[in-house]
Design a protein around this ligand. Structure first.
Ligand code: SDX
Length: 447
């Protein structure tokens, strides 16, 4: 940025903004790169030399790029989603979740040798320390599984203290493996604990999704046989949920990771961010919304309550900060839904969901606001058909997003431009005022 009233100096070469400060008449030039200007460059725009300088103000980062990333590309208007350039539709149709997890981190699809070792390493690390089991079974019988998952993952940092050596690629490699391997185990332990069922240990003769379903559902049988349609549905749902550029939970992982804490602590922050009903908790909220509607005949009244704008109802599973057209993942999930329900039987909730979507997509309120189904709208219907409890849906989202969180965390660490995340503020509080206490510290609390 060059700040000058001397027009003779002229603007910088290349694309730039010309900014005139009406307070001083000074003209500044801001180079445009990648359709952005560096907000830090604005700091030189001052009235007096002692001023802090102009800042950008962007609550919820509606129009702020926080990083450069090569992992996921989204075009919200076109409904495009690509992981490292590969269209999500092709990955969902042909790839496995662990192959996609490798792709997200390394930027290229694995060779057969790389893939076989990656799967073997992850399979080898599916067990957790027995103390984790004791820790998890200490939760109340009705604990929300997301609380158990966040706590369990955070506790891993105490079992693997060398993970603090975040600049050691060997430590990062094993942290990737351990988290991808142990998330399903911790998640399944949480499920079984809340159900009051004995915990089922990993069966390392099974592939990833089947092993997870075995830890969830195995009872007295010596070996769990997952329905192949259900196992593939889980693997595809993991692919669809694996990453999504700078969403709320990834932003949390990057912000916490920027303090150079270990990856288990950073991912635990992401789990807690995902828990929120506006983010990953939406798939749980969709099912509760469908239950509340109860019958297709009640849809028009519900839609009216959403449109009334009193805020007590949102159409959960609809709308997106980036997608202003149909979320490409929602289309794939809807197709998966049909496959699973063809086996489990059509559900009342699915009938309501299909009718709700039909009505909403033809309603001016939603059209005007470009509100379309997002990934969460149909996902919960599959999880419900597979008999997962409603409050467990976001746990399934978190297992998958671990691949993205870890890949984004490492990209942050390796990005020379990144430092500890520490935004500024616009101060709106009091000016200086003298402290005068009116309290009587000898006062005792009386019944
Ligand atoms: C995920 O970021 C990601 O990538 C997230 C995610 C990922 O993979 O990580 O894709 C996963 O979190 C999907 C989103 C799941 N959340 C929901 O389904 C919850 C319901 N959706 C909304 O809360 C909302 O659409 C958000 C939070 C998803 C996006 O909100 P924005 O971008 O902040 O939009 P907004 O709240 O400013 O809404 C713009 C307008 C408002 O109306 P007006 O004030 O202009 O009159 O649209 C309305 C909103 O009231 N609106 C909705 C609505 N979503 C937005 N009205 C009714 N129902 C909705 N769902």
């Amino acid at each position: 940025m060059s700040g000058s009233t001397d027009a003779a100096k002229g603007p910088p070469a290349g694309d730039h903004l010309e900014i005139k400060d009406s307070r001083t008449g000074k003209v500044y030039y801001a180079p445009i790169t990648d359709e952005t200007i560096r907000t830090a460059d604005l700091k030189q725009i001052k009235v007096k030399p002692e001023d802090f300088g102009i800042m950008g103000y962007d609550p919820a980062f509606m129009n702020t790029a926080s990083c450069r990333s090569a992992i996921t590309f989204i075009d919200g208007d076109q409904g495009i989603l690509r992981y490292r350039g590969y269209p999500i539709e092709q990955l969902a149709e042909k790839a496995s979740f662990l192959e996609v997890a490798w792709l997200l981190r390394h930027g290229e699809l694995p060779t057969q040798k790389e893939y076989d070792k990656w799967v073997a390493d992850i399979t080898y690390h599916t067990y957790v320390h027995e103390n984790i089991k004791q820790f998890l079974t200490g939760f109340r019988y009705d604990a929300h599984p997301m609380s158990m998952l966040a706590a369990g993952v955070s506790a891993l940092s105490s079992f693997y203290p060398t993970a603090k050596s975040i600049h050691d690629p060997v430590e990062r490699d094993i942290a990737f493996v351990r988290l991808l391997a142990k998330m399903p185990t911790i998640a399944a332990f949480a499920y079984r604990h809340v159900k009051g069922l004995p915990l089922v240990y990993p069966d390392n003769s099974l592939p990833y999704a089947e092993n997870f379903l075995s830890m969830i559902a195995r009872m007295s049988e010596s070996k769990y046989e997952a329905n192949p349609v259900f196992a593939r549905a889980i693997d595809v749902l993991f692919i669809l949920h694996a990453d999504h550029e700078q969403n709320c939970s990834t932003n949390a992982v990057r912000a916490v990771g920027s303090s150079h804490v270990d990856p288990y602590s950073a991912v635990s922050a992401g789990i807690n961010a995902l828990y929120g009903p506006l983010h990953g908790g939406a798939n749980e909220a969709v099912l509760r919304m469908l239950e509340e509607i109860g019958h297709p005949n009640n849809i028009p009244a519900f839609i009216e309550s959403v449109k009334s704008g009193k805020g007590e109802h949102k159409l959960m599973g609809f709308g997106h900060r980036v997608y202003k057209s149909y979320d490409p993942r929602a289309k794939i999930v809807k197709g998966l839904c049909d496959q699973v329900l063809a086996i489990t039987g059509m559900s009342k909730d699915m009938e309501i969901a299909v009718e709700l979507e039909r009505i909403a997509l033809s309603d001016e309120y939603f059209i005007k606001r470009k509100l379309y189904p997002n990934v969460d709208f149909y996902t919960g219907l599959i999880y419900r058909a597979l008999h997962f409890p409603t409050d467990y849906f976001t746990v399934l989202f978190a297992i998958a997003r671990t691949a993205g969180w870890m890949s984004q965390w490492e990209e942050l660490l390796l990005d020379k431009e990144q430092k500890i995340a520490r935004p500024r503020q616009i101060y709106t509080g009091y000016g200086e005022r003298p402290y005068k206490s009116t309290l009587d510290y000898t006062h005792r609390i009386t019944k």
